[in-house]
Design a protein around this ligand. Structure first.
Ligand code: HEC
Length: 267
């Protein structure tokens, strides 16, 4: 009897040990997989397309985007992404990179912004915005986030974003925080970054636009957040909505000082 319980204990111990081992290798495996994919990231193709689109005369006005003001003056691209979302005096709004690009397409090129906003994500001119955002973000690669928080609207949007991150609602009573406020969590084989910390927000927010291997698509932050809203069982979030922009302000400010890796590659 003594012998039997001893061997049962040994079996139990072995099970615990192998479970811990499996957990560790899964996370390590994801890190390894991401590192391998980083070599030859198809995001490079979208980046090249974005640069080309920036310099092309397009839209009803047959104009280029080279005078687009991304917050650092007309035509200044380098360093713009790590300071967005930010307040723009002409629209009197805090805008993220993607909705700012849409404003430039409207004012400089004469596109119908409302119509593009209502186009499904990734289709038509929305694909143009994703490619442009990929290029603009890439021009700041390695630079540290330093979102401005001087304008009253920028502060309001930070507070709103923080509130939205923790608010629980919907059929499952989920908040962003339900999935993204603890260390070492994952769903199946996907790491869930703790977005309430500087490092977590830096790597999670600072990676997008990213190329998604699982569906072979390039996703901007607007679509990333829309898909998380879907996982949260929240209603469809229209492109450029205030809630997504506010969440981006919260994440971007939290990531202050962390270097951006966008455009990255993800599962
Ligand atoms: C039901 C769980 C769940 C909820 C709720 C959720 N997410 Fe996510 N989130 C995920 C999963 C799964 C991923 C994908 C991770 C991967 O593929 O590497 C993800 C990825 C992300 C990423 C990119 C992380 C990275 O490293 O690339 C960000 C940013 C993010 N979510 C923000 C949010 C925000 C903001 C909210 C609230 C509006 C939210 N999420 C709600 C599950 C969730």
């Amino acid at each position: 009897m003594r012998r039997l319980s001893a061997s049962l204990a040994a079996v139990a111990l072995a099970c615990v040990a192998s479970a811990t081992w499996a957990q560790k290798t899964a996370s390590d495996g994801i890190a390894e997989y991401r590192a391998m994919l980083q070599d030859g990231n198809p995001a490079d193709l979208f980046e090249a397309k974005g640069e080309d689109l920036w310099k092309q005369a397009r839209g009803p006005k047959k104009n280029k985007l080279t005078q687009c003001d991304l917050g650092k003056g007309p035509g200044v691209v380098k360093g713009a992404w790590v300071e967005m979302p930010r307040y723009f005096a002409d629209t009197q709004k805090v805008q993220d990179l993607e909705s700012r690009l849409l404003t430039c397409m409207e004012t400089l090129q004469g596109f119908d912004a409302e119509q593009i906003r209502n186009t499904p994500y990734g289709q038509g001119e929305q694909a143009t915005i994703t490619a442009l955002a990929t290029w603009v973000a890439a021009e700041s690669k390695g630079m540290a986030f330093k979102l401005p928080q001087t304008h009253a609207e920028e502060k309001r949007m930070f507070d709103l974003g923080k509130k939205l991150f923790f608010v629980r609602a919907g059929t499952h009573d989920f908040a962003c925080a339900t999935c993204h406020s603890q260390e070492g969590k994952r769903i199946r084989l996907q790491d869930l970054p703790n977005l309430t910390t500087k490092a977590g927000a830096g790597s999670g927010f600072g990676a997008w636009p990213a190329y998604r291997v699982s569906n072979g698509q390039m996703w901007g932050m607007q679509l990333r957040l829309n898909d998380c809203y879907r996982q949260q069982r929240f209603p469809y979030a229209v492109f450029g909505n205030e809630a997504s922009t506010a969440l981006s302000v919260y994440l971007g400010v939290t990531a202050e000082g962390v270097a951006t890796t966008a455009p990255a590659i993800r599962r």
